[in-house]
Design a binder for this molecule. Sequence first.
Ligand SMILES: Nc1ncnc2c1ncn2[C@@H]1O[C@H](COP(=O)(O)OP(=O)(O)OP(=O)(O)O)[C@@H](O)[C@H]1O
Length: 514
Amino acid sequence: MDVPQKRVAHLPWMRNPLDIDQFEQRPLHGVSCLDPRLQEALGKMQIESLFPVQLAVWLETVGPGGFERDICVNSPTGSGKTLAYALPIVQSLSTRKIRCLRALVVLPTRDLALQVKEVFEAIAPAVGLTVGSAVGQSSIADEISALIKRPRSERYSSLDPEYEAQIEPETSVDILVATPGRLMDHITMTKGFSLEHLRFLVVDETDRLLREAYQSWLPTVLQLTSSTNQDLFSCGSSTISMPHSLTTIRRTGVERGFKGRCYPRLMKIILSATLTQDPSKLSQLELHHPILLASGMKRYRLPEKLKSFKLICKSKLKPLCLVALLEELKGQKCIVFTSSVESTHRLSTLLSFFGDVPFKFSEYSRLQRQSVRSKTLKAFREGAIQVLIATDAMTRGMDVEGITNVINYDMPSYVKTYIHRAGRTARAGLSGSCFTLLRKHEVKRFDSMLQKAENNTCTLRTVPSQIINGLLPVYSIALEKLKEKVESEAARRKYGGGFKFTAKSSSRKEVTCT
Ligand SMILES: Nc1ncnc2c1ncn2[C@@H]1O[C@H](COP(=O)(O)OP(=O)(O)OP(=O)(O)O)[C@@H](O)[C@H]1O
């Protein structure tokens, strides 16, 4: 039997986390200090109670924790981390007097950012707050007009017109959900875009965001939200020149907010289902007395009601095993993960040559235009497509209702990838299954990889051989057609057409889909 072992974290504050498992789901009426307007908004979202991670964060922030410490959350996929930070932030900002950018939530991808924005939009208006996004979904000009406004002129009607002309535009949202690239565009180019008053910084999918520098967005944000200028450290001094201006002066550490009634320190919340423990990565965040909230004995945990299965099949039969499995799943919503964009494209092209399959499927990868991806995702959410063939661009954070199965067509290379892929199902306490197709030589590595996660039982699964045998004739025709398609796409690419396959994959003599 596998005895969970605790790997000792390098950072002392990570060694004894606050155990999320000790919290029970709590009905909204029993949540201390929760604003009734937010309770009503949550009710409209069909949310009647807070999940354990949400309650744990709530107690450390709004009541009675008082945002004393920066918060790091490591809890499984689908456990409700988005609302865990959205709710305390919205409640804390509900008493704000002047509209300016107070909360910044950074996510690694546009789809994820838009999903998180929806959660904020469901609760923030209830307390008069506005939410914006900087994700590159629209042109920068459209984004600027949604985010920035000139202060209303009547506020300055008594002012000299020349003076009025000097009035800076300002941010017209309280909460901004952003991807790093677009955030940096606004920081460097958008007049009036300011992080000066920021009170909350959320770094969701932290390990992913810290892995890539994304134009140094993090040091830039931290620099813009801290003031080391000692001369400015006196609120109400002559440095405040404009009638509407709020001059925010912060200090970090224990000095924050005491002397001279200065602005509170920037409160940080970082989250992931696979939070990094790497001190050098975490140090970039300049956390203040951080507290770790975590579920489980091991670093990684799979959702409670996830069932894992492995299917062992020969390389050449993998597409057939997949089709047979999908046929058996009878039109249930599935995501099929492959290891690369080429593999995703090849597999969906091959499936399209199978003719009559009893499920609708579509390709979803980073090589497609955003508009195509958004359309596909919408169709998948609405059930017009039941099977999404995707790359790991889909693994993190995406929350699509009704996904009951995840299929790893290609075995993930890391346990973190397995966790995030599998986590697209069995969300919010629901059941789900994760199937991994393995070649014989991969089994040992796969088993030892799964050992790194808690609740890692994996059952052997087979598909009926008669389904596979029945598919063999159509498979050989489909392979021929795939070969032709690969060649024609390679030729198109050579003569200036769009990208489809890498040179490496297109130059292979035998076109396969393994
Ligand atoms: N208190 C709640 N009651 C009912 N459903 C909830 C509650 N909180 C969140 N949910 C639902 O649970 C699902 C998962 O939430 P969320 O996307 O925040 O998970 P997550 O922990 O961020 O997952 P991941 O690590 O994959 O990003 C969502 O569909 C959300 O609407």
